[in-house]
Design a binder for this molecule. Sequence first.
Ligand SMILES: Nc1ncnc2c1ncn2[C@@H]1O[C@H](COP(=O)(O)OP(=O)(O)O)[C@@H](O)[C@H]1O
Ligand SMILES: O=C(CO)[C@@H](O)[C@H](O)COP(=O)(O)O
Length: 492
Amino acid sequence: MAYYIGVDCGTQGTKAAIYDPDCMEFLGEGYAPHEIAANERGGREQDPQWWIDALNTAMETALASLDSGKRKMIRGIGVSGQQHGLVILDSGKKVLRRAKLWNDTETSGANQRLIDAAGGPRGVIEKIGTAIPVGYTASKLVWLKEHEPEVFGRIAYVFNPKDYINFYLTGIIATDAGSASGTGYYDTINKEWNDTMVSLIDPALKKALPPVLGDTEAVGPIAAAVAERFGLDRNCIVAPGSGDNMMAAVGTGNVEPGIATMNLGTSGVLSIFTDQKPVGYPEIIQIQNSIPGGWIPTICTMNATSASTAVQELFTLDLAAFDNDMAAAPIGCGGVTMLPFFNGERTPSLPSAKGSITGLTMTNFTRPNLIRSAAESVVFGLRWGCDLLREKGIAFRQLRLVGGGSNSAPWRQITADIFGADIIGVRGKEAGAFGGIIQAMAVCGEGSVPDLCARHIQLDERKQAHPDRGNTEKYEAVYRGYLDARKQLYGI
Ligand SMILES: Nc1ncnc2c1ncn2[C@@H]1O[C@H](COP(=O)(O)OP(=O)(O)O)[C@@H](O)[C@H]1O
Ligand SMILES: O=C(CO)[C@@H](O)[C@H](O)COP(=O)(O)O
């Protein structure tokens, strides 16, 4: 008998869950939040130590009910982490500064300068198979070189948040192809660091890049101090892990054509596995490497539950009351349209955009309409990206919905109606963490990732929603209204 731990280091907090594959049950779970240091210029940063503190708390909580014998039966840990964040260490492996995060738009000017230097978006795609939206690691390095050259000059290691967690767990520095594909200097088609993009940032950076592990190649065994802290066996291995979207794809069975994963978390994400080399895609679609093999063309918006939470907090409602109001408002919110760009936006590329609400009248200016318009607008943003994927022939037969927003019955129905697609949830604590568990099991020889997905992923029938044809038709007009409002304000 063996147990596995999955960890997800998200933007708002870190989760840990312990899984018993024989009983297909979770033995424990834990969570601890982390703060975000924000500035008015769009800066969004976290100290990597905050992730470690949260990880320790989450792990301790998750392990609390396991006696020492059971703790020793934990064979592997797989970590899923917020993508793109820039973690830099000096030659003594000490953190050089706070990590700039995926949702940091302070670096958007630097991103544009890098894209221009690479020959525009198409020049970037020729080199690495994907465009680089605002938020990718590359732009943060360019920004750092411009704004903090002394710090930049001391970089000895550069990697992403998940890799820092693995470094804490093992003492070893490495990354994986999925994470690397979100940096902006990794060739997603040929699966190797791209010298040209690296040199455009700075040729000296090359020596700071970590080795890229295979999909089921362990980082190594857990470090002695960490094993002792949690009472784990020294032979417990740490799997390579990956970015949260790759791991959520695994944790929802999105490892074969036909399944799509949508995450309504801080960010809004839609990813669809493909085994066909993804060439000629629109620039706004991120091409990312999937675990295992293949690719997951991905759309990521910057405002999902971050936007809904802003509205929820404005009205000081709990989630049940918030959902009730969402359900009470009509489709289209009586003409109220929200553009939820509270954090700027990257899909479409509008890093300096602000949130706005249009179409208000004396009669439609109600709390339920404002709440529902937040939920609808988040889904419209993803629908816009999805239509671009559909144009490329990427189709799906089922949308597996995860993230905090998937707990909301009205939001699920809104999503099903706007997409005209069947929605289902996935049982378990957290898709990214469960992806980590499946990957750790694969690394420990329990089966291939697709086989393990087939055996262990349990769909959640309680979180189903099916499109109502009448609603879907009504939404077509409302969606056009959303696109018009966006075009009027931002020309896109
Ligand atoms: N029933 C619900 N209705 C609406 N929103 C919800 C509901 N349950 C959770 N959420 C939202 O989900 C958010 C958390 O989402 P989560 O996916 O855990 O975020 P992340 O992984 O990005 O940190 C919460 O802040 C909350 O706003
Ligand atoms: O940047 C992306 C994807 O490209 C985001 O999905 C981040 O990876 C953050 O994830 P959450 O904290 O919202 O789960």
